[in-house]
Design a protein around this ligand. Structure first.
Ligand code: WT7
Length: 557
């Protein structure tokens, strides 16, 4: 197929007039998004091929694919180089016997090797399981065990947090440093494994209000959702420098940090190291970032640093987006007054695989709302029987299923998967919301006990289970407590076992126990010792709702 023919097909998605939201919403077909992908012509499916190899074949091999920045370290790779390295990693995986459908975990900091590893796994038809770099032993172990991962790509530092003897399925551990050092022979034949649209692509573990984290499996068909939302919501253009601040271990970091931008041939920024306002602004100025996708917590932290942004040239910025938690109108106003840009909120979930409620670049923004349904997406606000409520009422936020990015399954847990689809034809998000006459959706909270701290989803059950493993803790109830910067913080109420006396040192020890074994983001920032926890009369289950109510009353007192 000639470049001209390809461009004619690409023009199909381009032919929608995004200035006219209502018209696009009524006429958009997901099929037109699929036409943007090469598999639509060739019949050959592989998301890693579409992400990198395709651009090389279409003559963009010399374009910069990524800028890596970490402290004083700088590195840039072209699409040619990323393809070459991905092939190299893919060959190593093949040499170790990895086969289509195998689960290969990637536990690496935010470095080019992390992105390359994920693509290499996908290229050979295996399923990538990216892990957030801050996970500790238990979090790593639970995830790999759940879907019986056989291979892990990590480094010499993070491997210390992999309890190998407790992960029986794990056959091979590969170190990125060692793969990089191996001689790189040009691949003799293509390493791409052509798969089916329904074959597994990536598995992300995410928390709910009960049980251990669940493995949300996405299929290759998600790339249809990724490419079009990348074009329309991220508004990716040829010369953009695009920076998503999330780690690929979270779905934002994989879908909008890797797939969507690279399917659209953008130059991405990979930034290592911890959050520091000065470094972030410096990065934008130095790399001339045009498009920036981050989270309200990060924006609030920047805001709290006052005027230091004035010391940096941020004039390259054209488009800012947010996700993960409610975006405060105050933050929107700050960006508008100081950067001259609106922050575009987006709403979606690990399970939904892509944007569902968005603010398209040219639409009117209503501060306090998450935006309107992405074209092709129908929102319903449902009552407790699954009936649609009229506009303006608060109810369960549901989406007409299916759509291309929707998860394929919850690994090994059909009941859990089915619980999202209690009402015929709807996916239930677990969020509460209202939709106004113009279609804008306003977030009202969760209908369950899930905690959202700094945009990260935390299951209270996981934290409670870890807490009661500490010898001093008898019972625990964990809730989200409102916090001006993080949205919510994890707060634990505990009762002590007899023989233990409350002290600052003991509480700190308990906090560190969770931090060391589970992960830093899930460790309670506050622990309160109580004599007794509120429980249901019949089953004796801890009433988190009650704890939360008491906490909110204290705040408002
Ligand atoms: C939950 C999903 C995939 C996106 C990152 C988080 C909350 C997400 C918003 C928003 C208010 C939001 C919801 C949702 N959430 N975006 N724009 N405004 N709340 O993905 O970890 O799967 O969490 O995050 O409660 O259900 P996640």
């Amino acid at each position: 197929m000639s470049a001209k023919e390809i461009n004619e097909i690409k023009a199909i998605a381009g032919s929608y007039n995004l200035e006219n939201y209502d018209q696009v919403k009524d006429t958009f077909e997901w099929e037109d998004a699929a036409k943007e992908l090469s598999y639509f012509q060739t019949g050959k499916v592989n998301a890693a091929y579409e992400t990198i190899d395709r651009h090389v074949e279409e003559g963009y091999g010399d374009k910069i694919a990524l800028h890596y920045i970490n402290g004083d370290e700088r590195k840039s790779l072209t699409f040619n180089e990323v393809k070459h390295q991905t092939d190299h990693y893919a060959q190593v995986l093949k040499d170790h016997g990895v086969q289509k459908g195998d689960r290969v975990f990637v536990f690496l900091p935010k470095t080019p090797a992390c992105y390359i590893s994920i693509l290499a796994v996908i290229k050979i038809g295996a399923i990538a399981g990216p892990l957030f770099e801050a996970f500790m032993e238990e979090a790593v172990k639970d995830r790999i065990n759940d879907c019986k991962g056989t291979v892990l790509i990590t480094d010499k530092e993070l491997v210390k947090r992999v309890p190998q003897k407790d992960i029986p399925s794990l056959e091979t551990i590969l170190f990125a440093e060692e793969i990089d050092a191996l001689p790189q022979a040009p691949a003799k034949e293509s390493l791409v494994e052509w798969v089916d649209l329904e074959d597994g692509l990536i598995i992300h573990y995410t928390s709910g209000s009960t049980g251990k984290p669940k493995g949300v499996l996405h299929a290759h068909r998600s790339m249809i959702h990724h490419i079009i939302s990348g074009k329309w919501v991220l508004d990716i253009q040829e010369d953009d420098v695009y920076w998503c601040t999330s780690h690929p271990g979270w779905v934002t970091g994989s879908v909008y940090g890797l797939f969507a931008p690279w399917l659209n041939r953008a130059t991405i920024v990979i930034q290592g190291g911890r959050f520091k306002a000065e470094n972030w602004y410096q990065l934008i100025a130095e790399l001339k970032v045009t498009t920036w996708y981050s989270a309200p917590t990060a924006f609030r932290m920047l805001l709290s640093q006052g005027e230091i942004f004035k010391e940096y040239d941020l004039s390259s910025l054209r488009h800012i987006l947010s996700v993960g938690e409610p975006l405060n109108p105050e933050v929107i106003h700050w960006a508008w007054n100081n950067l001259g840009l609106r922050i575009h909120d987006t709403w979606w979930m690990t399970e939904t695989g892509g944007h569902l409620i968005v603010n398209l670049p040219n639409e009117k923004i209503k501060p306090g709302s998450m935006g309107r349904p992405f074209p092709g997406i129908t929102v319903g606000i449902l009552d407790s029987e699954g009936n649609e409520l009229p506009r303006g009422s608060v109810g369960q936020l549901a989406i007409r299923a299916p759509w291309p990015g929707l998860m394929k399954e919850i690994w090994g847990n059909k009941d859990k998967f089915n619980s999202y689809f209690l009402y015929e034809g709807w996916y239930i998000s677990g969020d509460l919301a209202l939709q106004d006459e113009e279609g804008y959706v306003f977030f009202q909270g969760r209908s369950d006990d899930m905690i959202n701290s700094a945009g990260e989803r935390i299951g209270p059950f996981e934290v409670e289970s870890k807490l009661i493993e500490h010898p001093a803790v008898s019972e625990a109830g964990v809730v989200g407590k409102p916090d001006p910067i993080r949205g919510e913080i994890v707060k634990a109420f505990i009762t002590l076992r007899t023989g233990f006396v409350e002290s600052e040192a003991l509480l700190e020890e308990i906090r560190l126990f969770v931090r060391k074994n589970l992960s830093a983001h899930a460790a309670p920032r506050e622990i309160e010792v109580v004599d007794e926890l509120p429980k249901t009369k019949i089953s004796g289950k801890i009433l988190r709702r009650k704890l939360k109510e008491q906490e909110l009353q204290k705040l408002h007192a």
